[in-house]
Write a protein that binds this ligand. Structure first.
Ligand SMILES: Cc1cc2nc3c(=O)[nH]c(=O)nc-3n(C[C@H](O)[C@H](O)[C@H](O)COP(=O)(O)O)c2cc1C
Length: 342
C-alpha cells in the first residue's frame, strides 16, 4: 500500500518541507506532506511540488476536538496562564488575551476547508491523527480514490479505527517524538516498545499496519516489520536532516549531550507530546492542563520569542526516545541506511 517499507512521517509546524518529502521519496521512501497547523491555502501551496512531481504521497491532517473543555480543564487553563506570565515576561512575549473558541476555524485547524480541498483536488492518501475521522469523511475520500489511514496508540484505538472503514493504521508507540496520536482514555504506557505494540494490534485487526515510535535504526525497523507491520514511519530519525525544516536550535539540541532524557509533557500545547527534557518541561509539566489546542495558542508567542532569542530551554524540542541515533546530512543517506539494513 505504501510501495516502500520506510515512510518519512508528516511533521507539522515547519519540520516537513516539500524538499524533505521529495528527497525522501527519491531515496525510496513513502513520504507525507504535513497538513496540520495550516490553512487550506497554505496546504495547497505545500502540496504543489508533490503534485507536480507525481507518484504516490500522503497528506496528514489533525482531527479537531469536538467537545468543549470541561470546567476543571478550563480552570486549570486559567491557572496555567497565571503560571506562565513570568516566563512570558522574561522573554518579552505577551500571552494572548483571547484564545480561539472551540468552534473557531483556527481551533478546528481549518478542518472543513482542508477536507474540501482534498475532495476537490484529491491526493493518493490521507492520514489522520489526534482522533478518528467520521465514517462519512472516510467514505467521501474513498469515493475520490483516496486511501485513508488512521493513527492509533493501543489495541482499543485500533479496533475503533478499523470500524470507520480506513485502509491501514499507523500504530504509534509511546516512545514516539512529538504529539501522541492517542484519542481514547487509557494507560499511556502499555506495550514496552513498538515491536510489541505492533504484534498486539496485529492479533486484533486485519488491516495493514505501520509501526512508529522510537525507531532509530534498521535493526529495530526490521523487528517491527517482522512483528507484522508493512512499513515503519520515521520522525525523529530525519529531524536533523538537511531538508528538515526543524529550527537549528532544535537540530543542535538533538545532537547535544547536555540533553540526557526525553519526557511526555502537555506543557507546550496541552496535548501529550514527547520532547527533550529542558527547563520548560521541568517547570511546567506537572501543572499543564489537558487543553489542546488552547495551550498551543497560549504558549505560541512565548515559544516564538524563545526561538527568536535562541532560548532552547523554553522551546518544544520534540524528540522520540531514539533521538541520540538521529543523524545529520541529506535525508537520502538516512533513508538508504534504513532500507539497506532491512
Ligand atoms: C517534530 C515532529 C512533528 C510531528 N508532527 C506530526 C504530525 O503533524 N502528524 C502526525 O501524524 N504525526 C506527527 N509526528 C509523529 C510522527 O508521525 C511519528 O509518529 C513519530 O515521529 C514516530 O516516532 P519517532 O519520532 O520516535 O520516530 C511528529 C513527530 C515529530 C518528531
Amino acid at each position: 500500500m505504501f510501495a516502500s517499507p520506510i515512510i518519512v512521517a508528516p511533521m507539522a509546524g515547519g519540520t516537513t518541507t516539500p524538499e524533505l518529502a521529495l528527497a525522501a521519496r527519491r531515496a525510496g521512501a513513502f513520504a507525507f506532506a504535513a497538513g496540520g497547523y495550516r490553512t487550506a491555502a497554505s496546504l495547497a501551496e505545500h502540496l504543489a511540488p508533490l503534485r507536480t512531481a507525481g507518484g504516490g504521497f500522503g497528506v496528514n491532517l489533525f482531527v479537531p476536538r469536538t467537545a468543549p473543555l470541561t470546567a476543571a480543564d478550563a480552570a486549570a487553563l486559567a491557572r496555567y496562564r497565571t503560571e506562565l506570565a513570568a516566563a512570558a515576561e522574561r522573554l518579552g512575549a505577551g500571552l494572548p488575551a483571547d484564545l480561539p473558541g472551540p468552534a473557531d476555524p483556527k481551533a478546528q485547524d481549518f478542518w472543513d476547508e482542508k477536507l474540501d480541498l482534498l475532495l476537490v483536488d484529491p491526493v493518493p492518501l490521507v492520514s489522520f491523527t489526534f482522533g478518528l475521522a467520521p465514517d462519512s469523511v472516510v467514505a467521501a475520500l474513498h469515493a475520490k480514490g483516496t486511501r485513508v489511514v488512521a493513527s492509533v496508540t493501543s489495541v482499543a484505538e485500533a479496533v475503533a479505527a478499523a470500524r470507520t472503514g480506513v485502509d491501514a493504521l499507523v500504530v504509534q508507540h509511546y516512545n514516539a517524538g512529538g504529539h501522541s496520536a492517542a484519542f481514547l482514555p487509557g494507560p499511556s504506557q502499555g506495550a514496552p516498545g513498538v515491536v510489541e505494540l505492533v504484534a498486539e494490534v496485529r492479533n486484533a485487526v486485519g488491516l495493514p499496519l505501520v509501526g512508529a515510535g522510537g525507531i532509530g535504526d534498521a535493526a529495530t525497523a526490521k523487528a517491527v516489520l517482522a512483528a507484522g507491520a508493512e512499513a515503519v514511519q520515521l520522525g525523529t530519525a530525519v529531524l536533523r536532516s538537511d531538508e528538515s525544516g526543524a529550527r537549528a536550535l532544535h537540530k543542535d539540541a538533538l545532537a547535544d549531550p547536555a540533553y540526557t532524557a526525553t519526557a511526555v509533557t502537555r506543557a507546550f500545547t496541552g496535548r501529550a507530546a514527547r520532547a527533550l527534557v529542558n527547563d520548560f518541561v521541568r517547570q511546567h509539566s506537572a501543572s499543564a492542563p489537558h487543553a489542546y489546542p488552547e495551550v498551543h495558542f497560549l504558549t505560541g508567542p512565548l515559544r516564538a520569542a524563545a526561538a527568536a532569542c535562541g532560548d532552547r530551554e523554553s522551546l518544544n524540542l520534540w524528540a522520540g526516545t531514539a533521538w541520540q541515533k538521529a543523524a545529520a546530512g541529506p535525508v537520502e543517506g538516512i533513508v538508504k541506511g534504513f532500507l539497506d539494513g532491512l
